[in-house]
Design a protein around this ligand. Sequence first.
Ligand SMILES: [Zn+2]
Length: 290
Amino acid sequence: MKAIQVSSFCHALTVHTLIYPFASVSISPHVDPKTLCPYCDTPLPSTPSPLLLKILAALKKKSQRDPRPSNPLGLRAPLATFIAACQRHRFESQILPEAERKGWPKAIEWNRVGARIMKMKGMLQALIEDPSDNTSGTESKGKDPDDWEVVYASNKAKRGGSQKRGKAGSIFWTEIMEEVRQKGLRAVSGVRGQFANFEKAQPGYYGEIGSVIIHQTLYNMFPLDEMDPAPILPLTANEFVQRVLVPEVALHLIMEDKKLSGDVGVKKALKILRDSSAYGVAMFPEDGGE
Ligand SMILES: [Zn+2]
């Protein structure tokens, strides 16, 4: 989870550059002061996230009343105390409209996500067990690929799937193997690889909360120490989960959300996954919400 904290920090730095000038004019008679930030007096988002409401409520306890011409409901607190709240509402005013335009959810039924992932077990199992071209080849000789194809094809048929199957059909596996070929395994694996590829391990608009649920559910379904290392070489079980299974699950959740299917659907969902990752981290941070 260290990488997640690093990203949140980087994100905070980005938001930091959006710092605002303090409003100094009197409030317009058409503006309800309740719709203004009590600290910087600029408009709050029309639908503040649960996290923002929580931050503002906690902050209020540390603040003093400070009615002023620009905001009769103004509050006063040290800058260091309220800056995070202002960064947050700025973010929600600017990024949320984009999210709305693009149809990224502002609320997710978290208590259903685990069960939705468990329904992907057959597909994920097949993805793990599929003997890949990228292994040294000797380990998987004992398996009969035709058997596997039958099982996987029937799973796939239920889901209205795509042409390619198994690892060859996983964009994430294909990408990481291409990276290994180009840059070598060390650039992709280990701490350095994890850091460099942090963005790619994000589950799109499911954000950090989604990431936690996806990880937990995957580890329950496929305990790392029980995963056959041969078909996932040269990755470790943990790397395979991070770089292939997590984004694969997220991709399928997004396909379900958006009712996408087939190869075209995969492409659309992949674009959403990548475009909405920064939004997901900010909208559904691990320590926020509930
Ligand atoms: Zn503010």
